[in-house]
Every structure is written in C-alpha cells, then in structure tokens.
Design a protein around this ligand. Structure first.
Ligand SMILES: Cc1cc2nc3c(=O)[nH]c(=O)nc-3n(C[C@H](O)[C@H](O)[C@H](O)COP(=O)(O)O)c2cc1C
Length: 185
C-alpha cells in the first residue's frame, strides 16, 4: 500500500544520502568541517560534484567566499565523529583534531583534506542553484586522492574497505550489507 504524504512531513529517507565531510576555509584560511549527505557525482567529463547545503551554514558561506572545498569520504569507523561534527559549527585545526580529524594539506587548493577519510575530492566552485534556504553547490574536481585499497582488488574488497555510510535521518545511518553483481547473459 502506498500513502500519499504531505511534503511537510516527507523526509528524505526514501533517498538515503551518502555521508561525506566537506572541508572549507574562510577568508582567513581558518578550516571548517561539516557532514553533508545531499551529495552526488554530477558529470564525469568534466568531473563535477554537487551537494546541498543550508545557506546559513558556514560551509556555504566559506565556499561562496573562497570558491574551494574538499569532499572527504568517511568510513563507518568515523560515524560518531561525523555526528559530533554535525552538532555545531566546527572551525579551526585544534577543534577539528579534538573531533578526531587530522587535517592534511590538499594538493591543489587551500581547504585541507581529512587524513582519516578514504577518499578526497578537491573541488573548485563552478556554479550554484538556490531553492529557499538551500543552495546546491557544484564544483569541478581538480584533484582526487583515494586509498590504494579502494582502487585495487575485487569490487567486494574495494567497497568493503571504503565502507561508506548513508544517512537515514536523525542519528541513524546505514552501511552496505552485501555487494552483488548482475549476471548478464
Ligand atoms: C549525517 C549528517 C548529514 C547531514 N547532511 C546535511 C546536508 O546534506 N546538508 C546540510 O545542509 N546539512 C546537513 N547536515 C547538518 C550539518 O552538518 C550541520 O547543520 C552542521 O552543523 C553545519 O555546519 P557548518 O555551519 O559548519 O556548515 C547533516 C548532518 C549530519 C549529522
């Protein structure tokens, strides 16, 4: 049975989002990290990634000001740290270290990468679209660094190592249960 729901009570749970950590800097190069789950690859050639963010968030403010961001991909072992990072705005290397994130320089841009994450996509602002309080920010990927183990071996092994987490609203997340391949005839 399907239920028609009012959009005010409809949450995004039918579309669980892949959780990432977006790192940015403000104009004084103070780093900030926040979890985001409205995120997607948008194009391969050129490589474009996009994510949705509340316009009041420091992440959006920093990107609109400095035009750069890193999409860091955390694994399940960072889930508790990710939720702590989502509680308040977290700025400054020391505060971020207390959250369990070690900042390392990026290859091409000013915002740092998070060492504990298994993949990092350094992006330069390309464009944005605004909808009410939200903004979708699109960035061109100018550098990507990914754990060797995520790139080598069987697909099962690679995704098991990446062990991504998906936002299921509130304080709940999901992980990949099993990885299956369609047998094409
Ligand atoms: C798992 C998780 C996923 C989240 N996804 C988003 C998101 O996709 N977009 C968004 O604007 N906020 C999202 N949030 C909320 C922000 O991370 C939170 O409001 C944070 O404090 C914003 O920090 P900032 O002001 O430094 O950007 C999420 C929070 C959590 C815990």
């Amino acid at each position: 049975m399907q239920i028609n729901v009012d959009k005010r009570t409809w949450k995004s749970s039918p579309l669980p989002g892949h959780i990432v950590l977006v790192s940015t800097v403000n104009r004084y190069k103070i780093p900030n990290v926040a979890p985001k789950s409205w995120v997607s690859m948008v194009a391969f050639q050129p490589a474009i990634m996009g994510f949705g963010c509340n316009l009041k968030h420091q992440t959006a403010k920093n990107i609109l000001e400095t035009k750069e961001f890193v999409i860091n991909v955390p694994s399940e072992d960072l889930a508790e740290n990710v939720w702590k990072a989502g509680k308040h705005q977290h700025e400054g290397a020391e505060n971020l270290r207390n959250l369990g994130f070690t900042l390392i320089p990026s290859i091409q841009i000013s915002p740092p990468r998070i060492q504990e994450c298994k993949a990092h996509f350094e992006c330069i602002y390309d464009s944005d679209n605004r909808y009410g309080d939200e903004i979708w920010i699109f960035g061109k990927v100018v550098s990507a660094s990914i754990d060797k183990a995520v790139l080598e071996g069987s697909k099962q092994k690679r995704y098991k190592h990446l062990n991504p987490i998906f936002y299921l609203e509130d304080a709940t997340y999901g992980v990949l249960g099993s990885i299956k391949t369609i047998k094409e005839k």
